[in-house]
Design a protein around this ligand. Structure first.
Ligand code: BDP
Length: 596
């Protein structure tokens, strides 16, 4: 799905701002058809933002179920005869939208965009109303999965229920990314797919432009960063060559623009779309990851979209600060743990040369009862699998043209040792490869099992493994980390003959807590722990990357091991460095040394 773009043929109207908001406390809104009339009893609520942390009402923060958003907007008279759409960049997690009381779109799953043609529903040159119900309930059929636990005992009031989640971040909800109106010609460019790589000094650009509406003639040109035309064609799809191509490289981004024009029989240009892309190749061997035929070592931190007050709400200032901090610390990459991040974040990565492992929201895929299997019709079922494939389709449709994305991650820390795990993840990986044969695929695992018991890894190109030595295992024993890293990871490579990224390692650290010799939760402990892991990584030739957990402290559900959230950040939630940030900056600014 193309990003909303404003140009000489396209208009975008941003509906960000303060909307009307109402919590559906008794789940009556849908039956009472609240979308028919303007909502009553509303409070103001910003879009984009998660709503959870913006009131003083704990029952709003922890609400389970529907919330309603509404606002009015004008559609200019000049838009009559155009194709008018409404586009939601994300609604967590399920949503239905009505315009002027008529349903226009329903979407399952947060973090990915959806849109509806509302040309025949809006009133031109007049006020219109959009109403959206957003539901945050997670079930075994959603990604991430979750389930509702209801209690029937003396210790809980009648009907008491909680949302159980098996992932370690707050279940923020709402309209966390922009909502926009777009106006295009009824005959328009629907999608552009670009696959660009290089042979010698020549860029080879396979492209396909699809259109909707009346037939249109498509012409394309490729422009370099100075706006000079470097290739052109008069077909909707084909292969273009860029002589003396400038490659997109980690830390050294170079973006070309593919400009597509749709012309109708009268000779009028009815639509133009300019898609940026980079020319780069990606390749994996049994011990290495190559970008443009140069070995690439992933160094960086996993992240979250997370901040005070606005939760997962899109925040350009925060994103710029985060990219500047990652640059400062010497990070060259990050994983979008544990869900697709905003399109605006990927655009920043394209532009700055940050390398991305793009992850689906499949996190917490594990049975809640160790005596019962995860992969069964009661839990992770054929319904979950069908939805997972749909999510991969939507993710790849959205992100396929970003040069920053070098690998797809199909999920994080599922149960891997049940025999059916091989079938489930095999199917997800196969679908991912069918959709995009150009990028490697990984799965991130966390369980400490023997390699032969990890059924999904036979299907992936790169093994991503999360390890918490001296934290969740052998707490306090920093001296074991190097030994355990080497002893435990070596068999994984021997068994699978694939390269490996340590996709998480870390320690909760309260900024300002000090102890020397180090004790857990002190800044010194976090530094010492990272350093001991690094000694292990540097001894392993098949380790192709290290992603610290986590870039910054973040909000989680409440629990006895979380002190107002997860504190494994090397920056605080307000983006101030802990001692570990300085230590990483030192390591990542020096040339990397492998011992063997
Ligand atoms: C890993 C999870 C991550 C958690 C982290 C932790 O992948 O989401 O936040 O552990 O416990 O298992 O801090």
């Amino acid at each position: 799905m193309l990003y909303p773009q404003e140009n000489e043929t396209r208009e975008v109207k941003d509906l960000s701002g303060v909307w009307n908001f109402r919590v559906d406390r008794h789940s009556t809104g849908r039956d009472e058809e609240w979308f028919r009339q303007p909502l009553s009893d509303t409070m103001p609520m910003p879009v984009p933002a998660s709503y959870n942390d913006l009131t003083q009402d704990i029952t709003i923060r922890d609400h389970i179920g529907d919330v309603w958003y509404e606002r009015t907007f004008y559609v200019p008279s000049s838009w009559r005869g155009k194709r008018v759409s409404i586009r939601f960049s994300s609604a967590e997690h399920n949503a239905v939208a009505w315009v002027n009381g008529r349903e226009v779109v329903a979407h399952k799953g947060g973090h990915l965009p959806f849109a509806a043609d509302i040309s025949d529903i809006v009133t031109y040159g007049a006020e219109n109303r959009v109403t959206v119900v957003v539901n945050n309930i997670l079930t075994w059929d959603t990604l991430p999965p979750g389930f509702i636990r209801t209690y029937d005992d003396m210790n809980h009031p009648p009907g008491y229920r909680i949302q159980e989640i098996q992932f370690d971040f707050f279940n923020y909800s709402g309209l966390s990314r922009p909502v926009v109106l777009t106006a295009t010609s009824p005959t328009r460019i629907e999608d552009i797919a670009i696959r660009a790589n290089s042979e010698g000094c020549t860029g080879i650009v396979d492209y396909a432009v699809t259109t909707t509406g009346d037939s249109a003639r498509i012409t394309v040109r490729i422009l370099d960063e100075l706006g000079r035309e470097v290739a052109a064609a008069a077909e909707a799809s084909g292969t273009l060559k860029i002589e003396n191509v400038t490659l997109w490289k980690p830390g050294q981004a170079y973006l070309y623009t593919l400009e597509a024009k749709a012309t109708v029989s009268t000779g009028a240009v009815v639509d133009i779309y300019r898609e940026t892309f980079g020319v780069r190749t990606v390749r994996v061997t049994d011990t290495q990851f190559f970008i443009n035929d140069e070995p690439f070592y992933f160094q960086g931190c996993c992240k979250h979209e997370d901040m005070d007050l606005k939760g997962r709400g899109l925040d350009h200032a925060l994103n710029i600060k985060d990219f500047n901090l990652m640059n400062w610390i010497g990070a060259n990459s990050f994983r979008t743990s544990h869900y697709p991040y905003s399109e605006e974040i990927l655009q920043l990565a394209d532009r700055t040369g940050m390398v991305i492992i793009d992850e689906s929201p499949a996190v917490g895929m594990r049975s809640d009862n160790p005596a019962e299997p995860t992969y069964s019709e009661e839990r992770i079922s054929s319904r979950t699998l069908a939805h997972h494939k749909q999510v991969m389709r939507e993710l790849i449709t959205r992100d396929k043209n970003h040069p920053c994305v070098v690998m797809w991650s199909v999920g994080n820390e599922p149960i891997v040792n049940e025999p059916k795990a091989g079938d489930y993840w095999g199917e997800v990986v196969a679908e991912t490869r069918r959709l995009d044969p150009t990028r490697p695929v990984t799965l991130v695992i966390g369980d400490v099992v023997k390699p032969a018991e990890c059924h999904p890894f036979q299907h992936v190109d790169v093994m991503c493994i999360n390890r918490y030595h001296s934290w969740y295992s052998d707490p306090g024993h920093l001296e074991l980390i190097e030994l355990q890293t080497v002893a435990e990871l070596t068999p994984w490579h021997e068994h699978f003959q694939k390269p490996l990224i340590i996709s998480e390692y870390g320690a909760d650290t309260i900024a300002g807590f000090h102890a020397d010799p180090p004790v857990m939760f002190s800044e010194e402990y976090q530094v010492a722990m990272l350093e001991n892991f690094h000694k292990g990584f540097d001894r392993l030739h098949f380790v192709i990357g290290e992603h610290v957990w986590n870039f910054a402290d973040f909000a989680t559900k409440q629990g006895v091991s979380r002190v107002i959230g997860n504190k494994k950040g090397v920056f605080t939630r307000q983006r101030q460095p802990k001692a570990a940030a300085h230590a990483l900056r030192k390591r990542w600014s020096e040339p990397r040394k492998k011992i063997n």
